[in-house]
Design a protein around this ligand. Structure first.
Ligand code: SF4
Length: 424
């Protein structure tokens, strides 16, 4: 079997070919997003309505974090038949009442659905309305699904942010909205860069506090900071907001083009753009160059996991001179990724969805120097002598923007250095 996904040749002007696979998948469910979202919205609480499995997943994913704080929990709904649903609603109401009494700091409560059948029977949107009436306006209660049946790994963030859109205040103002959870340090850097360019008001979704929900309306121009926010973008567009097409702010090139897209939408002059970004661009380029020497020519294979695979494949190919063999993504949003696909070298095979055994065969045959994959695949592949990088780290680590471009490059260099050390 060939090490590279076999795709038909592309006719001139035709869409870039994608290998679509619909088989067994190896990805986390959307509950995982709680681990970075609970750190971002500081007065929010995520109450997973789920089973013991969900509680274990959240705890073990949180264990990867160093500074996890208890702003999430699982209300365990044990097996019960339909006749027991009224009791389950009563139990949920009692858990929420107890929680809010003990934690007056909570201003935004997310009821997060999961996939066990007992939970699917519960109508969490009605529960959120009921509890919202009881505890509002002090506490806003929303719901979304993190179920493994409906969501993969990063779609949990999409579902969470999409649930916020209907409650955002209205505005007619022409404002920039940055959409997608970014580490505070990255958000502050971007806010400074936009201010230096002269873009007056910039809002962020999600906000750091429930009271800081950004307003939205027909004057809103929004920039996606993450490539996995299809539902959130659609909900914003339904409120009249307009997406600014751009690649994603990973690496120096991605960051520059992302900022440039906003600058063009807000009429920033070339001189203002250049004076705001020239120095950080140079700093970022120098930081990335340190790793290019080690990584140039190394072959890398991306399993579908975070939906960040295509922007990452673009970054490693163009800024680190790595050879990306296959970039797999759980879903390919052609519109949101159009600018990325234009930049991605034609030699990178694209795959969407997964048939994990077939993909493992392709990966083994290709013998890449580095494999980016989920935790479930990393150990077996390491045992076969392949070097891996957990894709989840790319969500837990600040990687966007100029000042993080070197850190992003280092994430790819570190496992190779570790493997070399083990080999000597
Ligand atoms: S939501 Fe479903 S897939 Fe996720 S931990 Fe719970 S049971 Fe497992």
């Amino acid at each position: 079997m060939s090490g590279i996904a076999t795709l038909p040749a592309r006719a001139p002007g035709a869409e870039r070919p994608v290998l679509r696979e619909r088989g067994q998948r190896e990805v986390f469910c959307g509950l995982t997003g709680i681990i970075w979202l609970h750190r971002k919205i500081q007065d929010a609480f995520f109450l997973v309505v789920g089973s013991r499995t969900c509680a274990h997943l959240i705890q073990s994913a949180a264990g990867v974090m160093i500074f996890a704080e208890p702003r999430f929990a699982t209300a365990i709904i044990d097996e019960r038949d339909l006749a027991g649903i009224a009791d389950a609603n009563d139990e949920l109401d009692a858990v929420v009442a107890q929680l809010l009494q003990r934690r007056p700091d909570i201003k935004l409560l997310f009821l997060v659905g999961s996939c066990p059948s007992e939970v699917i029977k519960l109508d969490l949107s009605r529960a959120a309305l009921r509890l919202g009436r009881q505890f509002g306006p002090d506490v806003r209660v929303l719901n979304y699904s993190g179920s493994g049946i409906e969501t993969t790994f990063t779609q949990g963030e999409d579902a969470c942010l999409a649930s916020l859109v209907p409650v955002l205040p209205d505005t007619e103002a022409a404002e920039l909205l940055v959409v997608g959870a970014l580490a505070d340090v990255v958000e502050d850097q971007f806010a400074r860069l936009f201010a230096a360019m002269g873009i007056g008001t910039v809002r962020f979704l999600p906000p750091r506090q429930a009271a800081l929900l950004p307003a939205v309306g027909p004057g809103t121009r929004f920039l996606l900071a993450q490539p996995f926010l299809a539902d959130t973008a659609r909900a914003l567009e339904e409120r009249g907001a307009v997406r600014i097409p751009a690649p994603f702010p990973l690496g120096v090139e991605g960051t520059t083009l992302w900022l440039q897209a906003a600058a063009s939408a807000f009429g920033v002059s070339a001189a203002s753009f250049s004076s705001a970004t020239a120095l950080p661009q140079e700093r970022g380029r120098r930081a990335v160059a340190r790793y290019r020497t080690e990584l140039a020519g190394k072959r890398i294979f991306f399993f579908p996991d975070s939906q960040m695979e295509i922007p990452l494949a673009r970054f490693v190919s163009r800024e680190l001179s790595m050879q990306a063999i296959e970039a797999g993504t759980p879903f390919l949003h052609r519109q949101h990724l159009a600018e990325e696909l234009d930049l991605l070298p034609e030699s990178v095979a694209l795959s969407e969805g997964q048939d994990v055994e077939r993909q493992l065969d392709r990966c083994r045959a290709a013998r890449p120097d580095l494999v980016v994959c989920g935790l479930g695949l990393a150990n077996p592949l390491e045992a076969e002598g392949l070097t891996t990088k957990w894709s989840i780290e790319l969500l837990f680590t600040p990687v966007q923007g100029y000042d993080q471009a070197g850190d992003l490059a280092e994430l790819f260099a570190r496992p190779l250095v570790r493997r070399m050390r083990l080999a000597v």
